[in-house]
Ligand binder design. Structure first.
Ligand code: ZN
Length: 177
């Protein structure tokens, strides 16, 4: 909007295809790690069903990152982490939203929100990118994120909405410091 060359909000500093690959790879790698962390966290709390879902999401994102790495061909230069530098992690499920009693529906909604952020990130780039090839590729990445979103929606349709009072624990964990 300011057009001064400084990346303003929502317009990441991604000028080249290589920047875009680096950024997409950073996003997917981070998402994979985050989902794996969430899976660990849920396992710690014996929330096996949700742990399994996060584990599966972690695998999907890790495979996606692998594919990106292969497709990128050469070493990735540039601005991996533009989104992180903006302080807005496009495809990350924030830990703060994770609750040890969360149901599969919660977990999936959390994941859905982060996939939607990733989709929006690529969509904006597809619309406003400076370079035609960057726009084309951003379009392709956006389509992949849409597949993730679709998958999550299918999963979500299988799980009932969490009952009210889902966070009430009759036997809460003892917190010792
Ligand atoms: Zn994704």
């Amino acid at each position: 909007m300011s057009g001064t060359g400084r990346a303003s909000e929502g317009t990441p500093a991604i000028a080249t295809v290589s920047d875009l690959y680096a950024e997409a790879l950073a996003l997917e790698t981070e998402a994979a790690e985050r989902y794996a962390d969430l899976a660990d966290q849920m396992e710690t709390h014996n929330n096996r069903e949700v742990a399994a879902l996060f584990r599966k999401l972690a695998e999907i994102e890790a495979r996606h990152a692998e594919a990106l790495r292969a497709r990128a061909g050469g070493p990735l230069s540039g601005a991996g982490g533009a989104a992180r530098q903006r302080g807005d992690r496009s495809e990350t499920a924030p830990f703060d939203d994770a609750h040890y009693l969360m149901t599969p529906a919660h977990a999936l909604r959390l994941a859905l929100a982060s996939e939607e952020r990733a989709e929006a990130f690529f969509r904006e780039l597809a619309d406003t990118g400076i370079d035609a090839e960057v726009r084309r590729l951003a379009q392709a990445f956006m389509a992949e994120e849409r597949e993730h979103i679709e998958l999550l929606r299918v999963w979500l349709s299988k799980y009932p909405a969490p009952p009210s009072g889902w966070a009430d624990d009759p036997d809460p964990p003892v917190i010792s410091e």
